[in-house]
Design a protein around this ligand. Structure first.
Ligand code: HEC
Length: 187
């Protein structure tokens, strides 16, 4: 899987993710029956991220009519650029927006990306010392923890981190990060 993930283009990854999300009873229903519930997370809302983080990537999600913006803190960018694994202290943060629609179709801007309409939620992954210790080995992503935040910056309740951990786990060779290549190329 990690070999496959490494070969996928951003668009293919987006399509894959959208495909999973579109399956009946996707993530939430089907998988959580088999997965333990991992609710505790060390990830907090990164206040001031617009100033302190680097926006390193954008992906269109045609199936869900969304556009997502990817941000990373300094520790993450520095490591990715140096070609070293993302260290404790690294944080990745995603704004999920609905796309502006015209006649039900996403409007594409001059940059080729969907024009953002409304901010829907944020997803986040971050790591720090000891954050992996309570997570069963079969799910653990070293010290990475995951979280979803609502637009009011509060953590969305009822998120089972086991789903995040399970899907990112095969990417252990690339710091559990789907967009590591784009992060290394951040400007
Ligand atoms: C079905 C597989 C899957 C699940 C489940 C999943 N992710 Fe991801 N995640 C992806 C893929 C694919 C990407 C790359 C593009 C995208 O979809 O945004 C990604 C990207 C991310 C990123 C940007 C950094 C990176 O790895 O490129 C964050 C942050 C993130 N996911 C957080 C989460 C959180 C939080 C959860 C659990 C609530 C979660 N993910 C669950 C597949 C998954």
């Amino acid at each position: 899987m990690q070999a496959i993930a490494a070969q996928l283009s951003a668009e293919q990854i987006a399509d894959t993710a959208a495909y999973y999300a579109s399956l009946p009873g996707a993530a939430a229903g089907v998988k959580s029956a088999q997965l333990p519930n991992v609710a505790k997370t060390g990830v907090t809302f990164p206040e001031g991220y617009k100033d302190s983080f680097t926006k390193y990537h954008t992906i269109n999600f045609p199936a869900t009519k969304q556009v997502r913006y990817y941000y990373a803190n300094k520790a993450a960018v520095a490591a990715a650029k140096a070609g070293t694994p993302l260290p404790d202290g690294a944080a990745l943060f995603v704004e999920v927006h609905s796309a502006k629609l015209d006649d039900g179709k996403p409007v594409t801007g001059a940059d080729g990306f969907f024009v953002a309409d409304k901010l829907l939620l944020y997803t986040a992954m971050a790591r720090d010392a000891g954050w992996g210790k309570d997570i069963p080995e079969m799910l653990r992503n070293e010290n990475w923890n995951y979280a979803v935040f609502a637009t009011d910056k509060t953590q969305r309740p009822g998120v089972n981190q086991a789903e995040c951990l399970a899907c990112h786990k095969p990417l252990n060779n690339v710091s559990y990060t789907f967009t590591l290549k784009q992060l290394a190329e951040a400007k």
